[in-house]
Design a protein around this ligand. Structure first.
Ligand SMILES: Cc1cc2nc3c(=O)[nH]c(=O)nc-3n(C[C@H](O)[C@H](O)[C@H](O)COP(=O)(O)OP(=O)(O)OC[C@H]3O[C@@H](n4cnc5c(N)ncnc54)[C@H](O)[C@@H]3O)c2cc1C
Length: 227
């Protein structure tokens, strides 16, 4: 399927969203991802394809791809993505992923590391629209305030939804056993989602096990390429 770039949005330091219009209506579940192919001159060994979470909610219709760009040492794929102009089209295909929310649990803890925040934009907007934000804590770990992605949206959503609480964890603080015990009452009774770089996701999973959260209460999404 072809998708056409409509515009880009600067989200935070070195983080940009690309808004694409699909050539025909597309359906996806909040939290899922798409593959993209961008053929370009002399690709590095990581090639011309990547997958990215769809950070837009299905009711927004357009596809939002939100990614982080390194000042130095970034891939040729990301350079090609950055080089796209409004009106350019690329290939997008294979929607997939099971980092999705069934809306059946009484309370959720969503944990994000860095650019791992992207699925929660789609998931939370969708839950808000269904009036299903009852008891959700978003724990968002990132470098500093300047690195917060979708910050204005989180402010607005917190104001409009009594059931949502957003906590930023800035470096050097970590989401470890101590922080989980401090921030979360009855962790054993909640459903956890963790999204971010592989090492961060594994470390948080380990801390959750230490405080007694069962494996079947943890859903994880690894973002390779950021460790
Ligand atoms: C389910 C899923 C959803 C994802 N969603 C998103 C998303 O919403 N946003 C997002 O930004 N990313 C997302 N990712 C990760 C994305 O697919 C890329 O892997 C990531 O953005 C890194 O991009 P890049 O490889 O172009 O490297 P760059 O971001 O340009 O650079 C990353 C750094 O890692 C180094 N590096 C890491 N691995 C290798 C390797 N194997 N070979 C060479 N160098 C390496 C690079 O040299 C560079 O220093 C997702 C991944 C998965 C699996």
């Amino acid at each position: 399927m072809k998708v056409e770039l409509i515009k880009t949005i600067n989200e935070a330091k070195n983080v940009i969203s690309f808004i694409f219009q699909p050539e025909k209506p597309l359906s996806w579940k909040p939290g899922q991802f798409l593959f993209y192919k961008i053929p370009h001159h002399r690709p590095d060994r990581r090639g011309i394809e990547r997958h990215f979470t769809i950070s837009s909610a299905p009711f927004e219709h357009n596809i939002r791809l939100t990614s982080k760009f390194l000042r130095q040492g970034g891939s040729t794929f990301k350079k090609a993505l950055l080089g796209l102009e409004p009106g350019d089209s690329i290939e997008a295909y294979n929607i997939g992923g099971s980092f999705t929310v069934e809306k059946k649990e009484p309370s959720y803890v969503f944990i994000a590391g860095g650019i791992g925040i992207t699925p929660y934009r789609s998931i939370l907007l969708d839950l808000e629209r269904a009036d299903s934000i009852k008891d959700i804590l978003l724990l968002y770990s990132c470098r500093d305030r300047e690195s917060v992605v979708f910050g204005k949206l989180w402010d607005k959503m917190q104001k409009n939804n009594k059931g949502l609480s957003v906590n930023y964890i800035f470096e050097p603080q970590l989401i470890d056993k101590k922080l989980i015990e401090e921030k979360i009452r009855d962790p054993g009774k909640r459903k956890f989602y963790i999204s971010g770089p592989i090492n961060m996701v594994k470390a948080v999973q380990g801390s959750l096990s230490e405080v007694g959260v069962n494996e079947d209460k943890i859903v994880m999404d690894y973002f390779p390429g950021y460790d």
